[in-house]
Design a protein around this ligand. Structure first.
Ligand code: CTP
Length: 408
């Protein structure tokens, strides 16, 4: 809930401005007060009157209006909020923010504020992927602006791709994640697997893969950030342990499974580890020696336990939400939909790991979230952003499940 929280909502000029009306309604429903700043371009899409009616507060637009300045200076306006939300955040306002302009009230307030800022971009796909916008977003992120979205999908301009503003409920979840001390996942226990596994051939050799653990570790951190009590079961990685997370270090898939089962009762399990599918059937107790003239040793493999499927099919001990990853190079979505059924999990985060994407070991990830409701494609995001978004979705899932249970 957002009781007592004050949101300053900056509505810029984009077709998605209509969603801001729903955003105000939802924020107020959750106890927040909302005050709006409407840019001139924004006023071409929604009227001050609609914003005023929904927010039940004055709508600010013109920096040079003396009445506004005497009643509420722009500095005061920016300080009198717990959070500034820019929705829709157009390419233009992002550029003005990145450039430090103060050419209207919205830009001035954003420049003057000492409060956190959340931006929900909405624009044509080409504008979003333009190098100028990409650079502006990077700059703003470095300065601490938090981003939610944009989502992928059909757009008002008849194009398809990333550029749609996040849905109001996603923005509300992101706002709660930023503001609510009473974290939405407080009281929930989460288990995350991360990194590769190493399957010993002998005491000095092993089979493994290129997983860096960056994505799994970021998910553990994001869930902890939302208040979950997180156990991270990690294979050998060089990324640092996330703060506020209990870490169990393992080597092999068998050890990873044992550590997962030892974690006790779990509400949400996210299996992001790249578990080796096979291990040596008979690992040698001592180092395998080369013998002059002899053929190389044959490698007999045995299957490893499937940790995700084991957790998802655990009967009464099954976590309420089980999330798997599908690393694919071809037929990404079809394979992921199939994998969701085969493994018995609730969600699959499908990621394209074809070499050109640089996903393995890199910092970015292009994912599709497969749930019982269908497939949602996310734009290419940093691994931290994927983690934040996934954690927000987990929080939303439990909030909805709680509401449904209360209604019964
Ligand atoms: N996984 C697991 N234990 C295994 C293998 C995989 O927990 N032994 C989990 C991964 O953490 C991931 C999901 O299962 O969440 C997908 O694994 P993946 O290896 O991509 O799928 P497979 O079932 O092995 O299918 P394929 O090899 O055909 O892609």
């Amino acid at each position: 809930m957002l009781h007592g929280k004050r949101i300053l909502l900056i509505v810029a000029g984009g077709i998605a401005a209509f969603k801001s009306l729903e955003l105000i309604r939802r924020l107020r429903e959750r106890g927040a007060s909302v005050r709006c700043v409407l840019t001139d371009a924004g006023a071409k899409f929604v009227t001050p009157l609609s914003l005023q009616a929904l927010s039940e507060d004055k709508v600010y637009g013109d920096m040079f209006s003396l009445t506004d300045e005497s009643e509420m200076g722009h500095i005061q306006l920016s300080r009198d909020a717990d959070l500034l939300v820019v929705a829709p955040a157009t390419a233009n306002i992002l550029a003005r923010m990145a450039g430090g302009l103060a050419d209207d009230l919205a830009a001035t307030v954003l420049l003057a504020t000492d409060k956190p800022v959340l931006a929900a971009p909405a624009m044509n796909v080409r504008m979003w992927t333009h190098a100028a916008t990409v650079a502006n977003v990077e700059t703003l992120k470095k300065r601490g602006v938090t981003f939610i979205g944009p989502n992928d999908g059909a757009m008002a301009c008849n194009e398809h791709g990333p550029g749609r503003m996040s849905e109001p409920e996603e923005i509300v979840a992101a706002i709660e994640a930023m503001l609510v001390r009473e974290r939405p996942l407080k009281g929930k226990r989460a288990l995350v697997t991360s990194g590769p596994t190493r399957e010993a051939l002998d005491p000095v050799r092993y089979i493994s893969n290129h997983s860096s653990g960056k994505q799994g570790h970021a998910i553990a951190a994001a869930l902890a950030e939302l208040g979950a009590e997180v156990t991270l079961v990690s294979g050998p990685v060089s990324v640092p342990d996330p703060r506020g997370v209990k870490v169990a270090r393992v080597e092999s898939a068998d050890q990873m499974l044992a550590a997962c089962l030892a974690a006790g009762s779990i509400d949400v399990a996210v299996c992001a580890a790249a578990v080796a599918d096979w291990k040596a059937a008979n690992p040698a107790a001592g180092k395998i020696k080369k013998k002059a003239g002899a053929a190389p040793p044959a490698l007999e493999l045995a299957p490893n336990p499937d940790i995700l499927a084991t957790l998802a099919k655990r009967g009464p001990k099954r976590p309420a939400l089980v999330v798997g990853f599908a690393a694919e190079t071809d037929n990404l979505v079809a394979n992921a939909v199939d994998k969701r059924t085969r493994k018995g999990c609730d969600w699959i985060v499908a990621n394209d790991v074809s070499p050109a994407t640089g996903t393995f070991g890199g910092d970015r990830n292009t994912v599709h979230l497969v749930t019982s409701r269908g497939v949602e494609s996310w734009p290419p995001l940093g691994k931290t952003d994927v983690a934040t978004r996934l954690a927000a979705r987990v929080a939303l899932h439990f909030a909805e499940a709680g509401k449904a249970a209360a209604a019964e």
